[in-house]
Design a protein around this ligand. Structure first.
Ligand code: GDR
Length: 329
């Protein structure tokens, strides 16, 4: 019998790569999306449009326990990947309430629905390096204490502990993947890497003249989302559930990303980048660098694409995409 995987956030960057990965492994793939997404596929489901005939989608919302409970009851999955969230850190300061609501209650709803309807189902929670926030040590590993710096970070700490608690209290096979930043050509345009590569492509094609950015000194450990979904799957293939850091072990500043991306397109970034204080966050996470030794030793996982390759992949993809869009009919 084919294994059944259930993915929240299947229409997001990670969900789309994970769905492709699991289909290749022979899984039946199920996901939830908002009802409105089903009515406007081109706008909302562009990342999974090419696999829509191979997966099953249900309309449901992380804000409604009934919808999550019923869907998990129908699917009765073997593996559940809970990736859905309000995931934009900056926005979490603007709307703390909906961020905490969707991210904390949403995680609780999925955990509870799995426990009630599919107690043998293995559960993955998309925890985050944002939990380390004002870092207590560098690099950060599974034992590094948390100090979140945003409502988003706080919500992920809560989800992390809920996941651990379901493991300890109810014997659920529940794992936390503490993923550091992971990017791709499918990244949302609001995140800094995609904002940069999209701007580089636009400037290169003379469709734009400037790129406004906030704090360029922030440093991140940036990997490729396509590599990270494999780590998520590996966590659920182990004999015992556990928590793992997933990272590249390299850190680079936003400025370095900018330099590399403009340089790759043959442009001088200093002519185009404008610092906009409005884009600074009320509390910043200055430095993230992950130590993925545990994932390497226990899961046999390591990142494939590193910084340089990631920048090139994203710039190339945005230039090609815009060239196609601008081609005369
Ligand atoms: P992050 O990603 O907050 O690390 O969380 P993001 O790309 O938004 O920011 C990275 C760093 O860049 C700085 N920055 C800017 N960021 C944005 N978005 N826009 C700007 O104009 C800009 N200028 C500078 C930020 O201040 C920050 O320091 C991501 C999300 O995907 C989370 O959901 C996930 O959990 C973590 O990565 C791991």
């Amino acid at each position: 019998m084919k294994k059944r995987a259930f993915i929240t956030g299947i229409d997001g960057q990670d969900g789309s790569y994970l769905a492709e990965f699991l289909l290749k492994k022979g899984y039946e793939v199920y996901g939830i999306v908002r009802r409105i997404a089903l009515e406007d596929i081109d706008h909302h489901l562009w990342r999974i449009k090419h696999i829509l005939n191979k997966i099953t989608l249900y309309p449901a919302s992380l804000e409604s326990y009934a919808s999550i409970f019923n869907t998990v009851g129908k699917v009765r999955p073997d593996e559940c990947y809970h990736l859905g969230a309000q995931s934009f850190v900056s926005y979490s300061f603007e709307d703390e309430f909906s961020t905490l609501n969707a991210n904390i209650n949403g995680t609780h709803f999925v955990l509870s629905a799995v426990k009630e309807n599919a107690p043998k189902c293995k559960f993955y929670f998309a925890a985050s390096s944002e939990m380390f926030g004002k870092v207590k040590e560098t690099p950060q590993n599974e034992d590094t204490p948390f100090h979140p710096r945003s409502p988003y970070g706080v919500s992920k700490v809560a989800g992390f502990y809920m996941t651990q608690n379901y493991r300890e209290a109810y014997n659920l096979f529940a794992c936390n993947g503490v993923c550091f930043n992971h990017e791709s050509p499918r990244r949302g345009f609001e995140f800094v890497t995609r904002k940069i590569t999209n701007a580089v492509a636009k400037i290169k094609l003379k469709l734009d003249k400037e790129l406004r950015l906030g704090n360029m000194d922030a440093k991140r450990d940036w990997g490729f989302a396509g590599d990270y979904v494999k780590a998520m799957w590996l966590m659920l293939q182990q004999d015992v559930p556990d928590d793992y850091v997933v990272a590249t072990g390299e850190t680079h500043s936003v400025r370095e990303f900018v330099e590399r991306a403009f340089d790759y397109a043959g442009l001088d970034w200093k002519k185009y980048v404008v610092i906009d204080k409005k884009l600074y966050r009320p509390a910043e996470v200055n430095l993230l660098l992950g130590d993925f030794s545990k994932a390497k030793n226990k899961l046999g996982w390591k990142p494939g694409v590193k910084f340089e390759g990631l920048v090139k992949m994203m710039v190339d993809s945005d230039i090609q995409r815009l060239k196609k869009l601008c081609r005369p009919l």
